[in-house]
Write a protein that binds this ligand. Structure first.
Ligand code: MSP
Length: 532
């Protein structure tokens, strides 16, 4: 198969549906959506997967506490909360996998049956500590002294809740055999775990030596039964990780699987890095399958210095933000304000300030001023830039540089902030250019030369906006479409989503004669938007 046929395959973690999503849970999905829209706009085949993780003890306990069966609980939460949030944040995923679907459960059973048959799995007795909120076996180093109501007990460092002791007969995966193989793999593929802090953490964890992994439970039955011993259900994580292959045809549609796997990027929060960068590659090695190309561990959205969490009920629902600011501003804010890979605190004040100064003033105002001037001075028909000079060339050159930076930062480095900085610095430059050129004064000069200057200034600003619409489409699809429409670009250049992003810096694409209209205000002032 030609390598160009291979899909650029990006995944988010699949989410526990013990409660509704908050902005922390939507963070990975937002980033993945920006990344995949960017690559689609490069003209690549893209496959973007998200979904829900529906088995395990945490889910079972939540369903019981609500007096319903686990399946009823997951069906309700997926329908009422997890699917709708994708619309709220304007995500364009290609598929949504649920781990209770047959396409998943059957393939998971086959996968583990094969590893069992290959001698990778054995029966033993397990005694250890477990955090149900993390759904994770814990080592003493993962715990700390509790405080308040948990004083005197050891608690999980993520959820600050006591862990539970498990004593059971379990099946084990021979994870310990993969210690050296994994270390060799990290060494040969330094890009496999990113950013560098995440990679260092993983490498030093594996260097301590890995223990075999308990992969089954018998004390409850909400999980996928182990095919060769159905008293056991599979440990939720080794069921969940397989979603990345079951959703793209593993064991059912070889052609699709070949075209899609391995994943180009698994996006994950730093709390679940070990599962993705240690256990998952070991499982794949055991099965003889290719490894994902990259696991990127991003930071947390914090509340009061702690990870925003469903378990701790500290979440803000995405719709609380989008109802007021719209989905574009939502996406922009999280991608611009927090360096991807670091923790960040959400703040209404910061969102408000950025909305007003960066979106409404710097960007939205520029778009409406330019459309208004083309309307006023040229009857809404974009004039020709017959007097393109050094000031215009500076803009054209800056655009080419901004495009190269944004493409490298967003498309390759997953540095969404860096990419947006480049685009918004360019917007600032165009604003500065208009301030210097003063087209409203030039308009008073009725000589042929004056009119040529005026035409050139407005063409330059409109052509800059043409490129901005292309560059921001992955982050803010709605306002970019509105801008595209206002520039009358579709008639000559075609659909916005089809404009190759890497080519956005080629100067002069928007033809003179385009019909420019004022259109809707891209980012209305908040008091106009606020309800009641
Ligand atoms: N079900 C597992 C993942 C299985 S993937 C095979 C899980 N689910 S989760 O719902 O708890 O978390 C899903 C993702 O959301 C994780 O990447 C986690 O880091 C992310 N986030 C949850 N809270 C978050 C913040 N407060 N901030 C940023 N991301 C956070 O783990």
């Amino acid at each position: 198969m030609a390598s160009s046929d291979k899909s650029y395959y990006v995944t988010t973690p699949i989410y526990y549906v013990n409660d509704a999503p908050h902005i922390g849970s939507a963070y990975t999905t937002t980033a993945g959506d920006v990344l995949t829209r960017w690559h689609r706009q490069r003209g690549e085949n893209v496959w973007y997967l998200t979904g829900t993780d529906e088995h395990g003890e945490k889910l079972l306990r939540t369903a019981r506490a609500n007096g319903v069966s686990p399946q009823e609980w997951t069906d309700k939460l997926v329908r009422e909360a997890w699917l709708p949030v994708l619309e709220t944040i304007d995500a364009a995923n290609d598929d949504f996998i649920r781990t209770t679907e047959k396409r998943h459960t059957e393939r998971v059973q086959e996968f583990w049956q094969n590893l069992h048959d290959a001698g990778e799995v054995y029966k033993g007795s397990y005694e250890g500590l477990y955090c149900v909120a993390c759904e994770e076996h814990k080592l003493p180093g993962d715990l700390e002294e509790g405080t308040g109501e948990y004083a005197g007990q050891l608690v999980c460092k993520v959820h600050h809740r006591p862990v539970e002791t498990i004593r059971e007969e379990n099946y084990f995966f021979k994870l310990s055999q993969y210690t050296d193989k994994l270390l060799a793999y990290y060494e040969e593929h330094p890009e496999f775990v990113q950013p560098a802090t995440a990679r260092n953490e993983v490498v030093s964890f594996v260097k301590q030596g890995l223990q075999d992994l308990s992969i089954s439970r018998t004390s409850f039955d909400w999980g996928i039964p182990i095919p060769w011993d159905t008293k056991h259900v599979l440990y939720v994580w080794i069921d969940a990780l397989l979603n990345y292959v079951t959703a793209v045809g593993y064991g059912s549609d070889e052609e699709k699987f070949e075209r899609t796997w391995p994943a180009d990027v698994h996006l994950v929060g730093k709390d679940i890095l070990r599962f993705h960068a240690v256990i998952w590659p070991a499982m794949l090695m055991a099965a003889g399958l290719p490894l994902p190309k990259k696991v990127f561990g991003h930071g947390w959205l914090l509340v009061g210095g702690e990870k925003m969490s469903k378990t701790k009920l500290t979440g803000i629902a995405p719709a609380q933000i989008t109802d007021h600011f719209g989905s574009d501003a939502y996406r922009y804010y999280f991608m611009r304000a927090i360096p991807f890979g670091q923790d960040g605190s959400f703040s209404w004040e910061d969102l408000n300030a950025r909305y007003t100064s960066e979106l409404a003033n710097d960007y939205g105002n520029l778009a409406s001023r330019v459309a208004a001037m083309v309307g006023k001075y040229f009857g809404g028909v974009l004039p020709e830039a017959s007097a393109h000079g050094p000031a215009e060339q500076t803009i054209a050159d800056a655009l080419a540089a901004a495009v190269a930076t944004a493409d490298e930062r967003i498309g390759e480095a997953l540095d969404f902030q860096g990419g947006l900085n480049a685009v918004f610095d360019f917007i600032k430059l165009v604003n500065g250019y208009l301030t210097e050129q003063e087209p409203w004064k030039v308009a008073k000069d009725e000589s042929a030369e004056g009119q040529a200057r005026l035409a050139t200034i407005l063409y330059t600003a409109a052509e800059s906006l043409r490129a901005v619409a292309v560059l921001l489409n992955a982050v803010m699809p709605k306002s970019s479409a509105a801008l595209w429409d206002s520039l009358g670009a579709e008639a000559s250049l075609g659909e916005l989503a089809k404009q190759p992003v890497q080519d956005a810096g080629r100067w002069g694409q928007l033809p003179a004669g385009s019909v420019v209209t004022k259109g809707a205000v891209l980012f209305p002032r908040l008091e106009e938007r606020a309800e009641g």
